[in-house]
Design a protein around this ligand. Structure first.
Ligand SMILES: [Zn+2]
Length: 77
């Protein structure tokens, strides 16, 4: 079941077209990098894999890279 109250969601269309990732627009930089890494992990591991060990390993790998990128971005105040 899809949780539409989540900060992000990955949709795998029934017609087999490319997955669609939807993120909330009001996420801050730290949140958005974590949520985008999470949703991209769903795309990488595929629709059949849920939040299992394979998912977590790939997520940690991707999230680490996204954190490094986020840390290089200077946010205007
Ligand atoms: Zn998820």
């Amino acid at each position: 079941m899809t949780d539409y109250h989540a900060w992000g969601v990955t949709i795998f269309p029934d017609d087999g077209t490319d997955p669609l990732i939807v993120l909330r627009a009001d996420l801050n930089l730290v949140e958005s990098t974590e949520i985008l890494a999470h949703e991209l992990t769903h795309v990488i591991v595929g629709e059949k894999e849920e939040h299992n060990e394979i998912f977590e390993l790939k997520f940690e790998e991707l999230h680490r890279v996204y954190d490094e990128i986020a840390n290089t971005i200077k946010v205007a105040k």
